[in-house]
Design a protein around this ligand. Sequence first.
Ligand code: NAP
Ligand code: FE
Length: 365
Amino acid sequence: MNNFTYSMPTKLLVGAKSLINNSFLLKEYGEKALIVTGKYSSKVNGSLEDVIESLEKEDIKYTIFDSVEENPSTETVFNAYNENKEKDIDFIVAIGGGSPLDAAKAIGILFKNDIEIEDITKIPNLKSIPIIAIPTTAGTGSEATPYSILTFHDQKLKKNIGQRVFPKLAILDARYMINMPHSVTSSTALDAFTHLTEGYLNTNASILSDTLAEKGLKLFGEILPKLIEREYDINDREKMLLMSTLAGMVISQTGTSLPHAMGYSLTYENGLPHGTANIILYPGYLSIFKDKTKLKKLLSLIQVSSIDELAEKINKILDFEINLSKEEIERYTDIVFDNKGKLKNHPEVVTRDDIKHIYETMLTK
Ligand code: NAP
Ligand code: FE
């Protein structure tokens, strides 16, 4: 057995009304909170209302930054810090999908260290003020990962900032997702599936990460028919949320691999949602495995008999169109081939041609 370490320092509260019923826990983190969220969804799905009610109940003062965009930029992170740095903020409550959660981790680093945003990728091991994460999508698992993915417009790319900031507390309440449209539900659920898969078929996989991944993959197998029917009840939402947090716990240990490295350009340059960008590469990615032992186990866990059957199902779930040019394929391939950190997570040798071949077969007509 390989040597491995396992660390998951986030406390999880799971179930309906978890925040309101445990609001006393917020006191542990200080007297003044910054709420970090997106522009719209948290105001209508009940999550922001629950956070405000809980903070007021505990006499904790707060201020709100509600301008986090999808695929948050370093500029947004800086603005959130700059507008609030004189306000004695003790901790952050992040509400939303992966975008506000990831932005909050980077904002928390600026509060703790008072550094320039340009230095966030350069100085190693930066700490953050405490983050409380309330996911309102079931996809990224950011509430249980140490990662923060930001858009660097100056470098024309999206990347992990390379710091490790686990939220101190995560609240998993699926009621916030009940009215989520199919487009967001499917792209985010498929993102969680890609985390489970890339963590399972990964150089760093261990008996512990595999235990979590196998349970998450079983939940995905149960949810797959619902994603095709495009109808979800609260039980389905709870399953998707748990699957997504389990997937976050898996990639916290293993990292993601090839499709995530390949998908970032499709989001940055072609505007595909993060989960969609990864999953459309999957039939090509899964086909390059020479050792199929673990892949076969994975397919049986999600109750699918072959890669082709999985591809058919993905096509029924997603509505997308993309046709990359030769120039895009060459350029994106170079970016991925330079991302040695991700390539080493793939358990077999990957050549530049392998990557180019996946882009070509999946994304050209
Ligand atoms: P997102 O970008 O956070 O949100 C996508 C859209 O969904 C936004 O328009 C948002 O609206 C809306 N939305 C959020 N909650 C909703 C709800 N309950 N009902 C209806 N609409 C809702 O999407 P995401 O896929 O969760 O996050 C993607 C980001 O996370 C990417 O930047 C990706 O790279 C990153 N990521 C991070 C990790 C990690 O480990 N940290 C892992 C994978 C991906 P509002 O803007 O109005 O809120
Ligand atoms: Fe992802």
